[in-house]
Ligand binder design. Structure first.
Ligand code: BTN
Length: 267
């Protein structure tokens, strides 16, 4: 760790996550770089972090592009090596989401909430997105990369209008007293490490689900869900279930939704 960011980060770290750290000016995607690093001959250990000032091919869920304003976003990926039962793997996204929500609440004081399954929102506007990607070998997950993108300051390099309208930044939430990129990152890592470790036990996994419920932006609300095949359905979000899926009350009855995206919410 030699960059200025790394020097600021080091004293803020309170666990093992965050070292070693690779800080790049530019990369295709921090998730891709973290996976390359995690699967080389001298692989990155659990908790290793890749952070970039700019991504040329940052990605979001479902193959979408993720645009981070140069210098105005936290773009980071954390290497995880989960030894979890298969039915708990989807909780990784929930765990990273909860850690990010808690870190934003702590560093900004804003009422950040989790919009299932992978967005952090404030007053319905997106502040951060999570992309967990896993790499399996012989049928078991060998490494999972937890990618997190946080809007720090959107004023320098404005996003396209339609995205900007639905986005919010840390700078906007904390005029004149914004936490630094290192402070936000340190807070995320210090929430993530213990929450992730706790997934190994039933009570730990239950606590992650409880926090995801407590900080949910959508439970009790009518939502429109879009699925991978591009179909949509409307129902009322009822519960976050033990495996991280969302229980939705559709006109046809209650169903557990494992993969989908909320495209509209009645606030
Ligand atoms: C989403 O909102 O769909 C998820 C966005 C995830 C973006 C982050 S930025 C750091 C990491 N690297 C990527 O290419 N994507 C994630």
């Amino acid at each position: 760790m030699t960059s200025e960011l790394a020097s600021e980060l080091r004293p803020l770290l309170c666990g093992t996550f965050g070292a070693p750290l690779r800080h790049l000016d530019e990369v295709d995607s921090t998730n891709s770089e973290a996976l390359r690093w995690a699967t080389t001959a001298t692989p990155a250990p659990e908790g290793a972090v890749v952070i970039a000032d700019f991504q040329t091919a940052g990605r979001g869920r479902w193959g979408r592009e993720w645009l981070g304003a140069p210098g105005g976003s936290l773009m980071v990926s954390v290497v995880l090596r989960p030894k979890l039962p298969a039915d708990r793997l989807d909780l990784l996204t929930t765990t990273v989401g909860v850690a990010t929500v808690e870190a934003i609440r702590e560093t900004t004081g804003a009422d950040a909430l989790l919009k299932w399954p992978n967005d952090v929102v404030v007053d319905g506007r997106k502040l951060a997105g999570i992309l967990v990607e896993s790499h399996s070998s012989k049928g078991a997950v060998e490494v999972a990369i937890a990618g997190i993108g946080v809007n720090l300051d959107l004023s320098g390099a404005p996003l396209p209008d339609d995205i900007a309208r639905r986005a919010v930044s840390v700078a906007e939430l904390t005029p004149g007293s914004a936490p630094s990129r290192a402070q936000v990152l340190a807070a995320i890592l210090s929430w993530l490490e213990p929450l992730y470790a706790s997934l190994a036990t039933d009570t730990g996994a239950e606590e992650v689900v409880r926090l995801a419920t407590e900080h949910s932006a959508i439970l009790g609300r009518e939502v429109e869900l879009r699925f991978a095949d591009d179909t949509t359905r409307t129902g009322t979000a009822r519960r976050v279930l033990a495996d991280g899926s969302l229980e939705v009350e559709f006109p046809e009855g209650l169903e557990a939704v494992r993969a989908g995206e909320i495209t509209r919410t009645k606030w």
